[in-house]
Design a protein around this ligand. Structure first.
Ligand code: CA
Length: 342
């Protein structure tokens, strides 16, 4: 049993791993200068440069066994919901990317079978091959027992509101599993001004990219087509909860002047009905408070973002957060148990 420092059971749901095969392909792409991926190139030139720091991260990403469990125990994490690290296979050529997801999902499933009370998983899929991705999601959920999928935002600068990707969304809705929309560097068409000063990275560019993707899904009518589709956003909703009133307000103005089509519901209503958010990487009471007021404790889930963030900091933050124990139970584990049928 984990040596819990606090009384709350903890399920962390944005916890990363990688297979050696995917890591090798990403290294080849970085070595080739990341053609067509200026954001990922900047990642390769700065954040992912070989060194002691990246070595530790790689070791932790590869380990879906005792080393990971030891780290979980040290921070009192009962269970990790594990998924492929960003940008996953989405910068890799489509057919190979698909093969790598099948292999990664099998590997993750083997780790979960070995540690069924400690690990659960989200499937990797290759949006480059939407039909195959939908088939793989179905296999991953129905045969392997994975709990959903994780997609690392844009694929070659394209977003999931594009109808060619809808087979993936249709499969997720039919299987009643969520898609974790995880950040990566901004799409090639908008990344240029983010390349300076480190803005492409997790401090700002990731949230801009992923919040844009989310709003494209809402404004693109995805949830009228798939009303039961559930999207998970990390990082306290990538800033969207802060802007909900303004997004609605300007949407209503744009309808009045004929600049956008009227949807069945307000953007904020789609956000509250179809999205849940996680605490990954955010340890700020005011952000949590705002999210609680806008969304309620049923739509916020705990995530540690292992191995990129301090798990201890995330636990200390939530343990000390100004909210009821009942809400802490929901955020730490109850909502995850419901969402993933754990
Ligand atoms: Ca992450």
């Amino acid at each position: 049993m984990p040596s819990t420092k606090s009384s709350f059971k903890k399920i962390a749901i944005e916890e990363a791993f990688i297979t050696q095969e995917i890591a090798d392909e990403l290294a080849k792409i970085i070595a080739a200068g990341c053609p067509g991926e200026p954001g990922f190139k900047m990642m390769g030139d700065t954040i992912l440069k070989p060194g002691p720091g990246t070595e530790i991260i790689h070791k932790r990403l590869i380990d879906v066994d005792q080393g990971r469990i030891k780290n979980m125990d040290a921070s009192g994490i009962d269970m990790q919901v594990i998924s492929i690290t960003s940008p996953g296979v989405q910068v890799i050529e489509g057919s190979l990317a698909h093969e790598l997801t099948v292999h990664a999902n099998d590997q993750l499933t083997a780790a979960i079978k070995k540690h069924p009370t400690r690990f659960a998983g989200l499937a990797a899929v290759a949006p480059q091959r939407p039909e195959l991705a939908a088939i793989e999601l179905e296999r991953a959920v129905s045969t392997l027992g994975l709990k959903g999928a994780l997609i690392n935002s844009h694929t070659h600068g394209e977003y999931l509101d594009d109808k060619k990707y809808w087979p993936i969304l249709e499969a997720a809705e039919a299987l009643k599993v969520p898609i974790y929309l995880h950040p990566r560097t901004p799409a090639p068409s908008m990344v240029t001004p983010y390349l300076d000063y480190g803005l492409f990275f997790a401090g700002w560019g990731f949230a801009v990219e992923t919040s844009l993707h989310s709003l494209r899904l809402i404004m693109g009518g995805v949830f009228d087509q798939f009303p039961d589709l559930k999207i998970i956003l990390g990082h306290m909703g990538e800033g969207i909860p802060f802007y909900l009133q303004r997004i609605d307000n300007r949407y209503l103005l744009q309808i009045k002047i004929g600049a956008v089509k009227e949807m069945k519901k307000l953007p904020s209503e789609y956000f509250k009905d179809n999205f849940v958010i996680t605490t990954s990487g955010v340890a700020q009471q005011s952000s949590l408070q705002l999210s609680l007021e806008e969304l309620g404790a049923d739509r916020i889930l705990y995530a540690a973002d292992y191995p990129y963030e301090s798990v201890d900091e995330s636990v200390q933050f939530l343990d000390a957060a100004l909210m009821s124990d009942e809400d802490k139970h929901k955020i730490y584990h109850g909502n995850a148990e419901r969402l993933f049928s754990l």
